[in-house]
Write a protein of this length. Structure first.
Length: 167
């Protein structure tokens, strides 16, 4: 009899930890899936931001190239009376182009500052619109060489932002 009691107690001790170790019951009912929220991943947001910065670099580089050749032709054609008629329109187009870049860079800065995933890069980006504004002012004062150099500084700053974003 003592052997039986000892056997039952021993069996209970051996079996009971396995029985009582499971604290969470299993359910056969299907669990509701959480509502799918279309939140973009951080890497997607960063990639989109980097693409926008790269696009600005491409546009500015193209514009600076055209600005350089246009500025050179303006210098050569200042003595030509027929070209002198075209020069004010060309200068106006250059000014409006720089104004467009300044506005686009303002928007880019605002978007980076307002987007939580892009805020770490805003510090590097801050000031590019001010550089474009300086170029705009220089173009208004017919200082197109200086405006081109200011835009090159903007391109350099944008490239620095892109490098940091790709890390």
């Amino acid at each position: 009899m003592l052997k039986r009691i000892l056997f039952v107690v021993l069996a209970t001790l051996v079996i009971s930890p396995a029985t009582f170790a499971q604290t969470r019951g299993r359910s056969t009912a299907a669990r509701p899936k959480p509502a799918a929220t279309p939140t973009p991943r951080v890497s997607d947001v960063r990639t989109a931001g980097a693409n926008r910065v790269a696009e600005q670099i491409k546009l500015l580089a193209r514009f600076i190239y055209v600005l350089g050749s246009t500025n050179e032709s303006i210098r050569r054609d200042d003595a030509d009376p027929d070209a002198a008629k075209k020069t004010p329109a060309t200068k106006s187009q250059i000014r409006s182009g720089i104004t467009g870049f300044r506005e686009g860079l303002d928007k880019l800065e605002i978007d980076f500052r307002a987007t939580p995933d892009l805020q770490p890069y805003y510090i590097k980006l801050a000031g590019v619109a001010a550089g474009a504004a300086a170029a705009e002012q220089q173009a208004t004062n017919n200082q197109f060489d200086a405006a081109g150099r200011s835009l090159l500084l903007v391109v350099n700053r944008l490239a620095d932002v892109l490098v940091v974003m790709r890390m």
